[in-house]
Design a protein around this ligand. Structure first.
Ligand code: FUC
Length: 809
């Protein structure tokens, strides 16, 4: 905003229609300064936009989810790694941890430079924003009044409105999946009042921007190639903008597109790269993004704005409207305040159940916006990255925190926790593509690095199929990331009951189990099968000598992941009627796994022994994997382990745990699985109070989207759980298992349970008033609410009402 213009921050009251929208409108009363922290996100699963909404000069951030630097690195594996494994294992079994770690460091990790001196780090690359869309508006002189910015989650629409003089200005933005476009419209309450200039820019890079004079409306083309980190270039990216004014005059010069005194202006924006998809390992590039974007814009020219919007709205609502949620009433005056003020009030102790509804809807919205078939899986920032000026030289730095990659030791998995429970399994399809890609390159990691069959990866994964260990042992070496990813194949089947999908996924599940069977070794002391050399993601322990260790044989998380994958493989084999020696070998191996153990202080052991912890409040709670997302531990089936899990959480929290957004979100899920409803809510509120940016994005810090998704799943887990398998191949549906006292009355519709059930719940005074279950697949139904149970067969499509608590006082 220019200095001569002061923004009158009027406190606006939303119109009654907005209040009735059930927590799906996010309201802000001022523009954003920082695009990531305050911009309003839009996305069609592939293209993303952040709208700060500044009045005079706005800088929108445009993303395309395959915009990555770097390239596949053929030297990331260590051919000598497998041969060193027996020695490392022997040292670890003998307690010679320092020695073993030394050997891990010298034999198991990639070299940071290849023979030609090229850096591994540069070749790994980074996800980055595509471009800025710079907009400059010309207004008559006068004060800005009545500013509001709204993200309408139900319609996936951002609007910015303000008045200057007698004129009310409106901007609308959406990102369309059906038309693969970003669309904006600028209007004013008086004719001839829209004057703006628009410009695509990718500063401090070699991107070329040119004004187009070919067919169609005036437009701009931005294109360039990403550095491959090996001295050349790789990915080809393209963005095309066109401007369609009504009335007024338009000038298109090489700098920008200018429209003066129009009644209305529509912008259409297409973008693409030549990345062909994760499954195309190692031939990732192909196709012509110049032609593809030209085709996209040409197709859109046949549709007026309203039609483009209607097609977008219908597509979005088909997914978004599947779930409704009512957790309570926030006092009207509080509910009408802008989101940042509501977050502040919550941090000061106010209860705001409608803000939690909004946060839940926002999580579902973000998954729809960042993960749709045809696009990439949601990365660490979903798909919203923004370059920012480097403090040293002021040039734009395109690095995205943690490379904006796929971290597979909690983060990318957490992104997909809400998909099944909140009715968005289609949005998990890009993840299933990603897993197929991981398996393709991860076969090399299994063979070259570990000397095993099957496939796996470690902590890091980029667009170029990186599956070798990361470059530091303490965080980068995590061979059980593969089986953890593979659990999502089973989850997709569990929610959808799509047997054809399971058949298709079987080779990947089997490949993951093959890796495990080769990787696990017998502990000479106990005879159990253990994983190792292995750590507990990113955590460390202290040896009696004072030395810091990370590796042991049989850390709890690895054992639990192996148990989980083997269990899913066996369930899949039953569902598919597969009964062969391989399946028998998996059953045998599962029975021999070192089980979870409780340490002398009543907590679950994280490593092979109760080592001292230098950081007792560590953000990862890896050894609780069996409680969530796994199902090895539950209060009903393993009460002692569940009690140990509770003590583990309390110990972490007492030492400052839960301080990153995703860590806090995971704790919400743990507490829900332990049926500790009040504690689940307390952690959810802590997440909103301490780890949430003004635009509701989760912050690590900085922005990391996993916490949004993890907490959305956590809210669903408080209301419905279905992780416990039953003997007849179905699942136990636990209704309202972790309802906090602060939500005595509420309603949820459209939650999904494993086994193919749609669940609506209505509760009053903390008691289930009525449940309505739709059985999509005809699986046996096992319902539980408190001590009440219902067990019965079902038919596909059958609707089952249940009102066990109706007679309760
Ligand atoms: C994991 C975490 C970090 C961070 C990074 C992206 O490795 O340990 O806290 O979230 O991923």
């Amino acid at each position: 905003m220019s200095p001569q213009r002061t923004l009158a921050l009027l406190s606006l009251t939303l119109p009654p229609a907005a209040l009735a929208s059930g927590g799906t409108l996010l309201f802000f009363d001022r523009p954003g300064l920082h695009p990531i922290d305050e911009g309003l996100p839009l996305g069609n699963g592939r293209l993303g936009l952040l709208v700060p909404g500044r009045v005079e000069r706005d800088q929108l951030v445009l993303n395309e989810d395959s915009v990555w630097s770097g390239w596949a690195n053929p030297d990331s594996h260590r051919p000598e790694a497998a041969a060193a494994l027996p020695a490392i294992r022997q040292q670890l079994f003998a307690g010679r941890i320092a020695e073993a770690q030394e050997l891990v460091a010298t034999t198991q990790l990639p070299r940071m430079e290849d023979a030609e001196g090229r850096s591994l780090w540069d070749a790994y690359g980074t996800y980055q924003m595509l471009a800025h869309l710079d907009l400059a508006f010309t207004h008559p002189p006068g004060e800005v009044r009545g500013y509001r910015r709204v993200l309408d989650l139900a319609n996936a629409l951002v609007t910015v409105e303000y008045s200057i003089g007698e004129v009310r200005y409106t901007r609308e933005f959406f990102a369309s999946y059906p038309d693969q476009l970003i669309v904006a419209r600028f209007r004013a309450s008086q004719p001839g009042s829209v004057s703006l200039s628009a410009r695509l820019a990718r500063p401090d890079t070699d991107a070329r921007v040119s004004t187009r004079h070919d067919e169609g409306p005036p437009g701009q083309l931005l294109e360039g190639h990403m550095p491959d980190g090996l001295g050349g270039t790789a990915l080809h990216y393209v963005a095309r903008l066109e401007v369609v004014p009504q009335g007024g005059s338009t000038t298109a010069d090489e700098g920008s597109l200018e429209v003066a005194n129009a009644d209305e202006v529509v912008l259409r924006l297409a973008a693409a790269t030549n990345f062909r998809g994760h499954r195309h390992f190692p031939d990732y590039l192909g196709g012509d993004p110049l032609a593809a974007t030209a085709r996209t814009l040409a197709a859109a020219r046949t549709r007026p704005f309203d039609q483009l919007f209607e097609r977008h709205r219908a597509d979005h609502r088909r997914l978004f409207d599947r779930v409704t949620l009512k957790l309570g009433e926030t006092p009207r005056e509080a509910a009408e305040r802008p989101i940042p003020l509501r977050l502040e009030a919550l941090a000061a102790g106010a209860r705001d159940p409608e803000l939690i509804e909004s946060y839940f809807h926002f999580g579902r919205y973000l998954l729809i916006a960042s993960s749709r078939p045809g696009g990439r899986a949601a990365n660490l920032q979903g798909l919203w990255a923004a370059a920012s000026p480097d403090s040293d030289n002021g040039r734009l730095n395109y690095y995205t925190p943690w490379n904006g990659d796929y971290h597979a030791n909690i983060n990318v998995q957490m992104n997909y926790w809400p998909a099944g429970p909140t009715g968005l399994e289609e949005c998990a399809l890009p993840l299933l593509d990603l897993i197929a890609g991981m398996a393709a390159s991860g076969q090399e990691t299994a063979r070259l690095q570990h000397g095993t069959k099957g496939w796996t990866l470690h902590t890091l994964h980029n667009l170029w199929g990186y599956t070798a260990p990361g470059w530091e042992a303490s965080w980068g070496h995590f061979p059980l990331a593969g089986p953890w990813m593979a659990r999502h194949l089973w989850e997709h089947y569990a929610f959808t009951q799509d047997l054809a999908f399971l058949e298709h996924a079987w080779p990947l599940l089997r490949g993951s189990a093959e890796f495990l069977l080769d990787w696990l070794v017998e502990d000479p002391a106990s005879g159990h099968l253990v994983s190792g050399p292995a750590g507990s993601p990113e955590n460390r322990f202290r040896l009696p000598s004072g030395e810091i260790g990370y590796f042991c044989m049989g850390p709890t998380m690895d054992q639990m992941i192996a148990h989980d994958l083997f269990s899913h493989l066996l369930a899949a084999a039953t569902a598919l009627g597969k009964d062969d020696p391989f399946v028998a070998a998996v059953a045998d191996a599962r029975a021999r796994l070192l089980p979870p153990r409780i340490g002398p202080d009543g907590r679950l052991l994280e490593w092979a022994e109760p080592f001292e912890e230098p950081e007792p409040g560590h953000r990862h709670l890896s050894h609780l994997f069996g409680l969530h997302p796994g199902s090895q531990i539950s209060p009903g089936s393993t009460p002692e382990l569940a009690a140990a899990a509770r003590r583990t959480i309390e110990h972490r929290l007492a030492h400052g745990g839960g301080h990153t957004g995703w860590s806090r979100a995971w704790i919400v899920n743990f507490r829900a699985r332990l049926h500790d409803g009040d504690e689940a809510l307390a952690n959810l509120e802590a997440l909103l109070a301490h780890s949430t940016l003004p635009n509701l994005f989760d912050t690590h810090p900085p922005f990391q989207i996993d916490g949004n998704f993890g907490a959305t799943a956590g809210i669903a887990e408080m209301l419905l759980q279905s992780h416990r398998p039953t003997e007849d191949g179905s699942f136990l549906l636990e209704l309202l298992p972790a309802l906090p006292q602060a939500w005595p009355e509420g309603r949820v519709t459209g939650l999904r349970a494993r086994g193919g059930f749609v669940v609506d719940l209505h509760w009053v005074r903390g008691s289930l008033r009525e449940a309505r279950i739709v059985s999509l697949a005809g699986r046996p139904l096992h319902l539980r609410w408190g001590s009440h149970r219902l067990e019965r067969p079902t038919q596909p499509g059958e609707v089952i009402p249940w009102a066990p608590g109706a007679r309760l006082p």
